[in-house]
Design a protein around this ligand. Structure first.
Ligand code: PLP
Length: 381
């Protein structure tokens, strides 16, 4: 059996060795950052060093970083913080941790590339002058498509609206300057960039008035109470520093991803690469094999030792039709037959070779013996 190949970095990335070292060291140290004695002060210093690194990753100031339990909490906190009393507009392709946090939100549609329709956003802001919060992610978790955030913030601010940006997938995969982009609140998650799961951050610009979700001991300047998860914060700090230093290597993965897509297209001419023509994260590819359910592909590839996912619409092991791919105007067949291949810091060219071989075998087997696989009937043109 060949070694397993992990191509699901947008779900979570493997911990980097230096992150493990920092976390392991933190686990054997004692101290509460709120204590005034030496033990507490040492822990406080380690937390502040990590805060500096997280801020540097996204062009923010350390005082603007609030550590949270992850991207989900950061998104919820932002919407609660910046969105209180405001009308909320969200792009149609946001992650569930944004969409579900505001069930009554107004949706900003996207085009076939997955990019927000700025004309609709402008019309919505002009038609209703109440204070608003606009939520647009920097890069999509399923397709990797990036959004024109500078244009979004310019438009929103011109109409007195605030902007929350989910940068969970973008961080470490593209350069981010939250200050230059004038993003009011920005969500991050460590486990997408080689840090631990269960830790993230919300970057909050100085003028935003926060409404904390967790009240108690006054940690994180009263914005997020609870004793800090020090090993996770230290791991996040190291992961943020490495992500910044290794950004060129991440961007170089784009060439490997492009070659992979070209080979899939050559092998299977009807394959559809989603978010065509969009700016995309260098590590992400979302491809549909019309007529073949995404779950079937994921299982066939898993048997061949390759880990990919069915779109992103997978939680608790259940796959449901992707709201992202549907919002981009794709048919149910395309949306239901799309898999996401996401590369990362440990991906080598041999991994892509192995994936392409497994894909070739899978397509031959499924298409050659339609009875052996669960196949979606392709509607007549
Ligand atoms: N936002 C996006 C775009 C994501 O992809 C994810 C995780 O998949 C989240 C938010 C949630 O982050 P976390 O897993 O840290 O709660």
């Amino acid at each position: 059996m060949t070694r397993p190949v992990y191509l699901d970095y947008n779900a979570t990335a493997p911990l980097k060795p230096a992150v493990i070292d920092a976390m392991t060291a933190a686990l054997s140290e004692c101290g509460n950052a709120s204590s005034v004695h030496r033990f507490g002060r040492l822990v406080r210093r380690a937390i502040e060093a990590a805060r500096d690194e997280v801020a540097a990753l996204v062009g923010a100031e350390a005082r603007q970083v609030i550590f949270t339990s992850g991207g989900t909490e950061a998104n919820n906190l932002a919407i609660r913080a910046a969105g209180a009393g405001r009308r909320i507009l969200v792009s149609a392709v946001e992650h569930d941790s944004v969409l579900r946090a505001v069930p009554g939100a107004e949706i900003i549609p996207v085009d076939a590339r997955g990019e927000v329709d700025l004309a609709v956003l402008q019309a919505k802001l002009e038609d209703d002058r109440r204070p608003a919060l606009v939520c647009v992610m920097l890069a999509n978790n399923e397709t990797g498509a990036t959004q024109p955030l500078a244009l979004v913030t310019h438009l929103a601010h011109a109409h007195g609206a605030l902007v929350h940006c989910d940068a969970v997938q973008a961080a470490g995969k593209m350069a981010i300057d939250a200050t230059r982009l004038e993003i009011d609140t920005l969500a991050l998650s460590a486990h997408k960039l080689g840090g631990p799961q269960g830790i993230g951050a919300l970057i909050v610009r100085d003028h935003i008035e926060l409404h904390p979700m967790l009240l108690g001991g006054g940690q994180e300047r009263g914005w997020r109470a609870g004793t800090e998860n020090v090993p996770a914060i230290r791991g996040f700090g190291v992961a943020a520093r490495l992500a910044r230093e290794e950004l060129p290597a991440m961007q170089a993965l784009g060439a490997l991803r492009d070659v992979m897509e070209q080979r899939l297209r050559r092998l299977t001419p009807d394959v559809v690469v989603l978010a065509p023509g969009a700016g995309r994260l260098p590590n992400t590819s979302c491809v549909a094999l019309p007529g073949v359910l995404a779950e079937t592909q994921v299982m066939a590839l898993d048997l061949a030792g390759i880990a990919v996912s069915a779109g992103a619409a997978c939680s608790s092991g259940k796959v449901r039709s992707s709201h992202v791919l549907r919002a981009m105007g794709n048919s149910p067949d395309i949306a239901g037959s799309a898999i996401r291949i996401s590369l990362g810091w440990r991906t080598a060219p041999e991994d892509i070779e192995h994936f392409v071989d497994a894909w070739t075998t899978m397509v031959a087997r499924i298409r050659g013996n339609q009875h052996a696989a669960r196949v979606i009937p392709v509607p007549a043109a």
